[in-house]
Design a protein around this ligand. Structure first.
Ligand code: ADP
Length: 502
């Protein structure tokens, strides 16, 4: 019914008032009765405790039931209904019995006497809180989606990175302005075409198509680096990530990609590496002669029984060895990165190597105790010198980062077809945040810096690279203040393999 409803239809209502009230009461969440001018609420009854009931007439009903924001709207609608003697109907906020804000759809009918004067209003209200909340959430999320869309547009337009999307037929479905500019193409020329059709060389297009296949099959992103000549800028290096985009069923429906030009970063890195490598080389020659002078002088001091000079030269020799180790570390990094480190695979027994490491350690390190657990015969096909280097590095770190007199524990077990070596110390330990980063090149933990423990953060990087090139893993576990354990694994040889190789 509307405001223009003829009053005579409403007039008939009091005739069947009782039945009408019963029906409304049964089907509504709330029923209420108001005085002719709505100044007094005679009665309010609410099912399920949605609103608190009122048995006695009250004057302050508007503050009790109507949310402040909607009070004026309610008052306006009431005024309008009184003037027209028409139905009051409004959706508005209410104060629920539990103190929360609810929503009702409220309808009130004027009951008229014979002269057509209003005797009272009879109202019913439905609790529409849930529907309102859903509507609000929908509206909010629509707003967010719109905002997200605008944000995505700005990002993909403004970024110098290349942003694109492929469908499962390897065709571009989205290309951002940076990529269009790089290709010198318009959207219409580029979208809907494959890599090959967009001018990629066959090897390059083929490589990316196989990567797309991999992303679809594994449902995981992949990251790669590719270098190729640019028409104007010359040879460039690009770092790219292909990420799966899933549909509602969780299947990959397209592949989103981003590519960044990292040529300048690469060039700077190369320059830095070349510099470090050159400095290390240059330092090595004078260092070698200083070492031999110190050795000769030490011998002469020993012969002439000059114990003070001999002691000093002994210490100088130790410092020089430390310097040599550092310089060798840098040279190894530069060799590794320029691909000059060869892994010379040969079968050997890890238990024998471990015994040698034990003897060398006892002969050279006196500040700590060592506990090497017995290692079972474990054949690996690996580069013995490189694995020795990993061992030595982990042991010297355990010594370096734990107090004098504490014990370093070394063990080797075979777990799941892999040999697992562990080096445990009782030292300062490592924070959880640092653990995954220890194996990055030049990464050092702040505490090490603060405690003035010298180093360049390349030992673990070298270990990790060497272990990875053997098909193994390396990681650390630690509890700060309670020491650390470093692990590395190597694939063990199967019995048949050993015979073939030997
Ligand atoms: P360096 O020891 O020359 O700094 P590494 O690459 O060998 O470089 O180690 C990287 C960092 O890892 C070190 O700076 C140190 O903070 C931390 N670290 C390595 N081994 C241990 C250990 N056994 N206990 C605590 N911290 C360690």
């Amino acid at each position: 019914m509307t405001e223009s409803e003829p009053a005579d239809r409403i007039k008939r209502l009091p005739d069947s008032e009782e039945r009408f009230r019963a029906l409304v009461t049964a089907t509504s969440d709330v029923v209420y009765r108001m005085s002719p001018d709505w100044s007094i609420m005679h009665h309010l009854e609410s099912s399920d405790g949605f609103l608190s009931d009122t048995g006695e007439p009250i004057a302050d009903w508007i503050d009790k039931y109507i949310h402040q924001t909607d009070q004026q709207t309610v008052k306006d609608a009431i005024r309008q209904a009184i003037i027209n003697k028409s139905i009051f109907q409004l959706e508005h906020r209410v104060l629920a019995a539990d103190g929360s804000i609810g929503w009702t759809y409220s309808v009130a009918v004027p009951l008229l006497d014979e002269k057509g004067e209003i005797i009272e209003w009879f109202g019913s209200a439905r609790d529409v809180t849930d529907r309102k909340k859903t509507e609000e959430a929908l509206l909010h999320s629509r707003g967010e989606t719109e905002q997200q869309k605008r944000l995505n547009e700005i990002i993909t337009t403004a970024t110098p990175d290349l942003v694109y999307m492929f469908d499962l037929d390897y065709k571009f479905t989205f290309v951002n302005p940076a990529l269009l500019t790089m290709w010198g193409k318009t959207w219409d020329e580029a979208v809907g075409k494959t890599l090959l059709e967009n001018g990629y060389e066959p090897w390059h297009a083929e490589m990316h198509e196989r990567e797309i296949d991999e992303v679809v099959a594994t449902k995981k992103p992949i990251r790669g680096e590719v270098s190729f000549p640019h028409a104007v800028l010359g040879r460039r290096v690009y770092d790219y990530i292909f990420t799966p985009v899933f549909n509602a069923q969780g299947e990959v429906e397209s592949i989103a990609g981003t590519t960044r030009d990292i040529s300048d970063i690469k060039e700077n890195e190369q320059r830095k590496n070349d510099f470090i490598s050159m400095v290390s080389h240059e330092l090595k020659t004078p260092l070698t002669s200083v070492i031999s002078y110190v050795q000769i002088s030490k011998k002469r001091a020993d012969q002439s029984k000059d114990t003070i000079a001999a002691g000093m030269l002994e210490r100088a020799g130790k410092q020089l060895s430390k310097m040599t180790r550092m310089i060798n570390g840098f040279l190894n990094v530069s060799r590794l990165e320029s691909g000059r480190i060869q892994i010379d695979h040969k079968p050997f027994d890890l238990a024998v190597l471990m015994k040698e490491v034990y003897e060398d350690t006892l002969a050279t390190i006196f500040s700590h105790a060592f506990e090497f657990e017995p290692c079972p015969e474990t054949w690996v096909n690996a580069d013995r010198d490189k694995i020795n280097q990993v061992f030595t590095n982990l042991i010297s770190n355990a010594v370096k980062y734990s107090p004098t007199g504490s014990t370093v524990h070394v063990a080797c077990e075979v777990i799941g077809g892999k040999a697992r070596v562990s080096v445990r110390d009782e030292g300062m330990g490592i924070n959880k945040e640092d653990l995954p980063r220890l194996f990055e090149r030049y990464y050092r933990v702040k505490e090490a810096e603060i405690n003035h423990i010298s180093g360049f953060g390349i030992g673990l990087y070298l270990c990790a690279e060497l272990v990875k090139r053997h098909g193994g893993d390396i990681w650390a576990e630690s509890e700060p203040g309670h020491g650390s354990t470093f692990y590395f694994t190597l694939p063990v040889m199967q019995a048949g393999e050993q015979h073939e190789m030997l």
